[in-house]
Design a protein around this ligand. Structure first.
Ligand SMILES: [Zn+2]
Length: 599
């Protein structure tokens, strides 16, 4: 659906009763010329949400949310303007003419959509009846085993269909349903002799609702075992795309989770439908899942409109982590604030609750990391130090980093990433700038997708020689000794700066200790080079010897921190090889702290 004519929008605005529309979701009481209720957009105990029916707008004195009937539907149901207009028009019986289509065609398409929703509703009733009925024992047993109680069976309208070929077909036919519509919805199939048969057989059926609660499709989990399971055609089967079922725009559980979003002020994203239901069962009712594995821009946009914050809780395996990184970038690109909750290796939300209870899951959620921290950790783990690998990481990093608005935070992330990738800050910055430039021209880069990967790669490739770790020059150590030989009164300063801890050369350490004991430094060295330097008086004429001392000490301190970081990095790699995720995380936290000091 494209443009909606202005006159249609005006008609909707005039005819929609904002008090009635909002009244479907919020209990409103008349107060003077207005209606008042508890604000649906923020948590409150006394009503500050006011609706003016005559003027057709709402306003909250608590959180300042305001708007008209369109914006209410958009905000509350997470819809786009067009979707909100369509939904309101549907309730009011107003026809939205489609651009380029006659009003008869439009009417036909509309009625087909509503017909489809009607058929899905009937099918849902049928599946639910089967689950509750005499043939539903297998389905009920399965739900019990998975720990899903009656409350969730009701909330998600779960159903079951036994191993029969024409139960639903007969049911729909008996109710005068046009079976072609059911076929288009994927509920029925046709065999070679053109006879209809049921698509879902011996499956637990999970209806998929849109934000308004309409059932738009189904997902069926096979309960077949042994040989039958092989013939069943997939553990999970889903409705095909149709006029009402658009997989990339839907999120499983969104209708059931809506109210919980407002309370929690975030959503939890998991991978599978049953994870959603299980988490709802244990009180995490703000949980939803994308349908299928890929997370889309449309889904991110929906989350942004509905709740604005997300915790990603994907499975603790390789596939889960890869999917997390992808979803993370899509969410950040849509300005959704994201945290990542990491499950132990090999664990999914369902299995964790099963073994350790909901408290363990609550802990995992409360330890969720901000997106940047998680991203850096992942970069570390995966850091492929080949030029190609770094180029790829740079493009990903650019996507994540451009979402950080705070320059200090951003600099910090750049520095940490540079350490992770083993490149100089400046090199990384340059590469990122290139990658960002390419990202900013999305349309053009589509024509030549090679280009955006080429640039940062050649950038990094040119700077390969910066990869070698820099050895700290021994000169600053000698400088310190020379300064102290010339200006013994600076010894106290040197002590405060803990200079001794930076002196790695044992001869110089001995000289420093001698000076502290009041002995002449030259008395403890037989190294002619050192003696010569001491006697050269190189620092005798400097304007500010204390400043020189500080500089030299800082240089040494920096070098030491670099060595420390390199050591930590080795330990991280080692921990990663051993699969000790906990230690690895801890070490990365340490290295990040150290990096903060260095900056
Ligand atoms: Zn409010």
């Amino acid at each position: 659906m494209g443009l909606i004519p202005d006159e249609t929008i005006s008609e909707i605005r005039e005819r929609a009763d904002i008090v009635a529309v909002i009244g479907q979701h919020v209990e409103l009481k008349k107060a003077g010329t207005n209606h008042k209720g508890l604000c649906p957009f923020h948590q409150e105990k006394s009503p500050s949400f006011s609706v003016n029916g005559d003027k057709g707008f709402y306003y909250c004195f608590g959180c300042q949310q305001k708007g008209d009937v369109f914006s209410f539907v958009m905000e509350y149901e997470g819809k786009s303007f067009v979707e909100a207009a369509e939904s309101l028009a549907g309730q009011l019986g107003i026809m939205i003419p489609e651009t380029g289509a006659s009003s008869e065609q439009t009417a036909q398409r509309r009625s087909e959509k509503s017909q489809m929703l009607e058929v899905n509703k009937l099918a849902t009733e049928f599946f639910r009846g089967q689950l509750a009925g005499a043939d539903g024992e297998k389905g009920r047993k399965y739900l019990k085993e998975r720990g899903i109680g009656q409350e969730q069976v009701e909330a998600f309208q779960l159903g079951y269909v036994p191993e029969k070929w024409q139960l639903l077909t007969d049911f729909l036919q008996a109710r005068g349903v046009d079976l072609q519509v059911a076929e288009r919805l994927g509920l029925l199939k046709r065999n070679k002799s053109n006879r209809y048969y049921d698509f879902f057989r011996d499956r637990l059926v999970c209806p998929i609702a849109n934000t308004s609660g309409d059932i738009v499709g189904f997902s069926g989990r096979s309960l077949a075992t042994g040989e039958a399971a092989e013939k069943a055609g997939g553990k999970y089967v889903n409705s095909p795309e149709s006029a009402v079922y658009k997989k990339s725009k839907l999120l499983f559980g969104i209708y059931q989770a809506r109210d919980a979003f407002r309370k929690a002020e975030h959503c939890i994203l998991v991978e599978g439908n049953f994870d959603v239901i299980r988490l709802h069962e244990h009180g995490f009712r703000q949980t939803i899942a994308p349908l299928g594995t890929a997370f889309t821009d449309d889904q991110a946009l929906r989350i942004k409109r509905l709740v604005g914050q997300a915790i990603l809780l994907y499975d603790g395996d390789r596939a889960g982590r890869a999917a997390t990184l992808k979803a993370l970038q899509i969410l950040l690109a849509q300005d959704v604030s994201v945290k990542i909750a990491s499950l132990p290796n090999g664990e999914d939300p369902d299995s964790l609750i099963g073994r350790e209870g909901p408290e363990a899951l609550q802990q995992v959620l409360s330890r969720a990391q901000p997106a940047i921290e998680y991203f850096i950790h992942e970069v570390w783990v995966r850091a492929d130090r080949s030029a190609e690998g770094r180029a790829k990481t740079l493009v990903e990093a650019a996507q994540v980093l451009r979402s950080i608005s705070d320059p200090t935070q951003r600099d910090f992330a750049v520095g940490t990433l540079a350490t992770a990738l083993g490149v100089e800050n400046a090199t990384l910055r340059q590469g990122l700038r290139r990658a960002l430039q390419n990202l900013r021209e999305p349309r053009r880069s589509h024509q030549n997708p090679q280009q955006r990967h080429m640039d940062p790669q050649s950038q990094i490739g040119n700077n390969n020689r910066e990869m070698a770790p820099k050895r700290p020059p021994p000169k600053p150590q000698l400088d310190i000794i020379c300064i102290l030989a010339e200006f013994p009164e600076l010894l106290a300063d040197a002590e405060t700066q803990d200079v001794l801890s930076y002196l790695t050369d044992s001869r110089l350490r001995d000289m420093y200790t001698a000076a502290k004991e009041g002995k002449p430094m030259l008395s403890v060295t037989d190294d002619p080079g050192i003696a010569k330097a001491l006697l050269s008086g190189a620092f005798s004429g400097v304007a500010s010897p204390s400043h020189c001392l500080e500089e030299a000490a800082n240089t040494l301190k920096y070098a030491q921190q670099m060595r420390e970081m390199a050591k930590l990095q080795k330990q991280i790699e080692e921990a990663n090889r051993r699969g000790d995720t906990e230690l690895e995380r801890q070490l990365i936290r340490e290295i990040m702290l150290l990096r903060k000091q260095v900056d």
